[in-house]
Design a protein around this ligand. Structure first.
Ligand SMILES: *Cc1c(COP(=O)(O)O)cnc(C)c1O
Length: 355
């Protein structure tokens, strides 16, 4: 089996080794120390200051998105939401569910946010800005430098869903003034699914502490106080946290975020070069290094390609849903994939296209 989907992804042998062990009891100093290592490593990889708080939410990435938004914002806020696909739409829905007023900047599928679209909005009427750095459904990467500048100009809280962008596309919490970063275990960290990860600036953490959230499990005030002793209020995904400790320690030893980004970029470049003679077009006008979305030429069905690769070659790529189902499929660059693996995918794609 080869998996080029955008989560879960191929795990490293070291991660598989950790995941084969028995899960220990977790209200211990030893487990708190593992959590502390994860926090330190993640702050380094996020470009966060030492004072920033890293919290873990047992759940998928969406649980972390919802928890972050409902705890940092309230109905008194007014947000700008960039909506260029499935995940932008999800941020908008989360705001709706929690009574947070928002204005959407809708981007056509496959198109990035332009400076004209952004500056057409007078930011002075808003308090927060929500964006998925990589909109995984279309492979588009938004311009974090441009967004950061805009948010600094108007003093907006910047909430970044980096679930797929983390370890693939560059961002730095301190430099870009990012108040909240959200990611998950099953994307480029290449761990088992089940762990949502959030990092908060000081002003975001202050908002959490002062907010009145109507939820038991999702009230992050409890997570903040438990975090002071390296614990979570409820049983965390203990096994995934132990995988995270091993993986992030290895990432830091290998050169940290810079090396990770270079590797992702190289994989994306290798694959994009490999398909240059094939009847596909890059779907994203500003592509992320996490994923390549390809639109197929007339006469080819993108969903059929997904099925044929899966059934005849044992290879997963990622189909698209909704209106893009027949026209677009995606190939991920996250996780334990070698150039040899991409060669296998390219030859399987040639085979599928021949038929
Ligand atoms: C994968 C992903 C998520 C989280 O999805 P879950 O299925 O809830 O883990 C959120 N945002 C983006 C941009 C993603 O790629």
């Amino acid at each position: 089996m080869l998996n080029f989907a955008v989560g879960p992804v191929m795990m490293d042998d070291e991660t598989l080794d950790v995941s084969s062990r028995q899960i220990p009891y977790f209200r211990t100093n030893e487990f708190s120390a593992a959590v502390d290592t994860c926090r330190k490593n993640l702050r380094s990889l996020f470009g966060a200051q030492d004072s920033y708080r890293v919290l873990f939410m047992t759940g998928s990435g969406t649980a972390a998105m919802e928890a972050a938004v409902m705890n940092v914002l309230s109905p008194k806020d007014r947000a700008i939401v960039v909506n260029g696909g499935t995940f932008g739409e999800r941020f908008a829905k989360i705001c709706s569910v929690h009574g947070i007023g928002y204005t959407e900047i809708e981007c056509e599928c496959g198109k990035t946010l332009t400076e004209e679209r952004l500056t057409a909005i007078d930011g002075s009427g808003y308090t927060a800005f929500l964006v998925n750095l990589c909109e995984t459904s279309t492979g588009v990467l938004y311009d974090i430098d441009m967004i950061s500048e805009y948010c600094k100009k108007y003093g907006l809280l910047l909430i970044v869903d980096a679930v797929s962008a983390f370890l693939c596309d560059e961002f730095c919490m301190a430099k870009h003034g990012i108040d909240v970063v959200i990611t998950g275990s099953q994307k480029a960290l290449a761990l088992a699914p089940g762990l949502g990860i959030m990092c908060f600036s000081e002003r975001a953490a202050e908002r959490i502490a002062a907010n009145d959230v109507k939820s038991l499990y999702f009230d992050l005030k409890d997570y903040l106080s438990n975090d002071e002793r390296g614990q979570t209020p409820f049983t965390p995904a203990v096994g995934v946290i132990l995988q995270l400790e091993e993986k992030t320690t290895r990432l830091i030893a290998a050169g940290g975020i810079k090396t990770a980004l270079e590797k992702a970029r190289e994989k994306a470049r290798y694959f994009r070069q490999g398909i240059s003679g094939m009847p596909f077009k890059m779907f994203a006008d500003r592509p992320s290094a996490a994923v390549t979305a390809l639109s197929v030429c007339a006469g080819t069905d993108a969903y059929d390609i997904f099925i044929e690769l899966k059934d005849k070659h044992g290879i997963f790529v990622c189909p698209n849903g909704g209106a893009l189902k027949s026209n677009v499929f995606r190939v991920g660059h996250m996780g334990n994939l070698s150039y040899g693996d991409y060669d296998k995918l390219l030859s399987a794609l040639s085979d599928v296209l021949r038929r």
